[in-house]
Ligand binder design. Structure first.
Ligand code: 5GP
Ligand code: ZN
Length: 114
């Protein structure tokens, strides 16, 4: 299940447990953990266990594993409204160069952009 990892990448280090994280869920191909700087309580990141910078760099089997996991996490929240966001490229607000899906609970009318 483990793909190619990059030890210069913080999310690859999280996958390997070399950087601590609060893990929410895991599959063979994906891992989900709390965002260190949450937009709202429960803000979770879902990432492939393979280093890929953008969606187009990611092999489809990893991608196919992520959305059901993100959906499951969103469905388990107390808050029933949420955003799923995935940024590609700096202009599009991507700050970590390892594909990640944000699951952002929306408990009230908080800002929308991640
Ligand atoms: P982006 O802006 O690239 O779409 O999202 C990157 C997200 O990763 C941000 O929401 C940021 O708070 C989160 N993040 C960055 N570094 C770490 C870290 O070391 N641990 C965790 N849990 N989240 C991180
Ligand atoms: Zn990585």
């Amino acid at each position: 299940g483990l793909g190619t990892l990059d030890d210069g990448c913080i999310f690859c280090l999280i996958i390997q447990g070399k950087i601590p994280s609060f893990k929410i869920a895991e599959t063979e191909l994906s891992v989900a953990f709390l965002d260190i700087n949450p937009v709202s309580e429960g803000h979770t990141l879902v990432i492939p266990k393979h280093h890929a910078v953008t969606l187009h760099d990611l092999p489809d089997p990893y991608l196919a594993d992520i959305l059901p996991l993100a959906k499951k996490i969103a469905g388990s929240l107390a808050v029933k409204e949420f955003n799923i966001v995935q940024n590609n490229g700096k202009i599009a607000f991507q700050h970590v160069d390892h594909v990640h899906f944000h699951v952002v609970p929306k408990p009230s009318e908080t800002e929308g952009l991640i």
